[in-house]
Design a protein around this ligand. Sequence first.
Ligand SMILES: CC(=O)SCCNC(=O)CCNC(=O)[C@H](O)C(C)(C)COP(=O)(O)OP(=O)(O)OC[C@H]1O[C@@H](n2cnc3c(N)ncnc32)[C@H](O)[C@@H]1OP(=O)(O)O
Ligand SMILES: O=CC(=O)O
Ligand SMILES: [Mg+2]
Length: 538
Amino acid sequence: MAAPEVPEGIEVTGPLNDRYDEILTPGALGLLAALQREFGARREELLRARAERQERLSAGGTLDFLPETAHVREDPSWRVAPPAPGLVDRRVEITGPTDRKMTINALNSGAKVWLADFEDANTPLWTNMIEGQLNLRDALDRTIDFTDPTTGKSYALKPDEELATIVVRPRGWHMEEKHVLVDGKPMSASLFDFGLYLFHCGRRQLDKGKGPYFYLPKMESHLEARLWNDAFNLAQDLLDIPRGTIRATVLIETIPAAFEMEEILYELREHSAGLNAGRWDYLFSIIKKFRDRGGDFVLPERNAITMTAPFMRAYTELLVRTCHKRGAHAIGGMAAFIPSRKDPEVNKVALEKVRADKTRESDDGFDGSWVAHPDLVPVCREVFDGVLGDKPNQLDRLREDVHVTAADLLNFSATPGEITEAGLRNNIDVALRYLATWLAGSGAVAIHNLMEDAATAEISRSQVWQWMRHGVQLSDGQKVTRELVERIMDEELAKIRKELGGAYDEPRYEQAVALFKEVTLADEYAEFLTTPAYARFP
Ligand SMILES: CC(=O)SCCNC(=O)CCNC(=O)[C@H](O)C(C)(C)COP(=O)(O)OP(=O)(O)OC[C@H]1O[C@@H](n2cnc3c(N)ncnc32)[C@H](O)[C@@H]1OP(=O)(O)O
Ligand SMILES: O=CC(=O)O
Ligand SMILES: [Mg+2]
């Protein structure tokens, strides 16, 4: 394939496979370059601000609502933009990767929204990034029909009016797309994913009566939201799309962002479509931000922490109250239980757990919630139908009864649960299996009937790092040491090898072990496991 005509100062270093020239057009690359040139330096500054805040927290500092933005919180006059077409009723949202089969399955699933994921559920291989963009565009053009080469099963889209609204989740501000260099430097992965989707699908979506919609992940401050808003304005201007056409739902999934929810809505108000409670990254963020602090900052093992822990209640209740005060949707998060079409007992448990989770969220005032699998769409819909009836949302539930303080958000010590050897083993086992899957190109996988993705894997490996760092004592009296972690790692790996038999991929697991050691056993904590993992790809 001929190399695309590339605007001055841009270099595409990734391979140009079949049809990639349809995405990497001169116009699209020109937009990417403009975004990177305008916002690249500010992004780097904001990442430095994250590191500075981390230093303060590690040195004993704390988090609080910002005094300098009190006027935003106290001003009762502002609201976010009204819900855009296709986003008025969001009672069920399915999430998942953008490969061809899952794109069709998600759009057909009966959910109101599909979060098309370039983030937690995705390995950011060059092929996944470009082919995902192609699949989204083909879906809008209705040219995405597909036959699975292994099963022979054919897939086709239902009529447009039955399809979920597409909301794309670009990668977070911390990531780079190393296959596109602008003026010699890798560009921001967020701007890459956003720019390509807007360029190719923005108008297509408008022609269908919807619009270019986004989910924005892993932000840590309202200044990062301001950066997104500025990028939206520039991109809309350059593409001659009216300002305010884009809509974005922000994931509140870091502990610093929980203190800036209202400011984040305010920054994006012209483009805002609400907030989502991204529980898994939120837990990861708490562990990460307070990793150097022992005692009360050490949470129980992953599977023991539930959404009813006091600090999680404070976070989700504050999110609903904040959103509804400003006319914004509050969207619930992901229960990790995955149904099974083969095992009725596993299926029953998953449906019960998900029902309980969605019931709590709908009772709390959320306007809709996430599911990870098409078979969970009916249960989520049924639960939200129960509170919504014919109404599209419950924005009228203002939750003025909710009063959450900084101390409530930081109340980790009241979390029931312990740290056991089984919990340590589970973290190590899940991290190894997930890393092997991620390195093979799939960012989401069911392990022990739970959905695992980048966010859940981050919790597992970060807990191991933190427990080792503080020499935490397990419930049976053993101390978590490097030697113990290495021994358990060897034992768990042997179990995986035995279980997988001929399917055990030796080189892949060798890579997973090396990566696990890098992000868990090293003295210096790796901010994101996906950064060193991505570095392993050419
Ligand atoms: C913390 C967070 O950010 S949560 C959001 C990010 N995470 C995600 O989005 C995870 C989404 N879920 C998934 O990726 C998948 O459900 C997995 C990997 C967990 C399990 O997938 P599988 O092992 O394929 O499940 P299973 O075999 O039961 O799938 C049955 C069918 O449903 C389809 N399916 C399963 N999940 C999805 C989904 N999320 N979107 C579309 N289709 C799906 C499968 O493709 C399969 O289709 P087929 O029958 O036509 O072959
Ligand atoms: O992205 C969602 C999360 O829980 O993390
Ligand atoms: Mg997340």
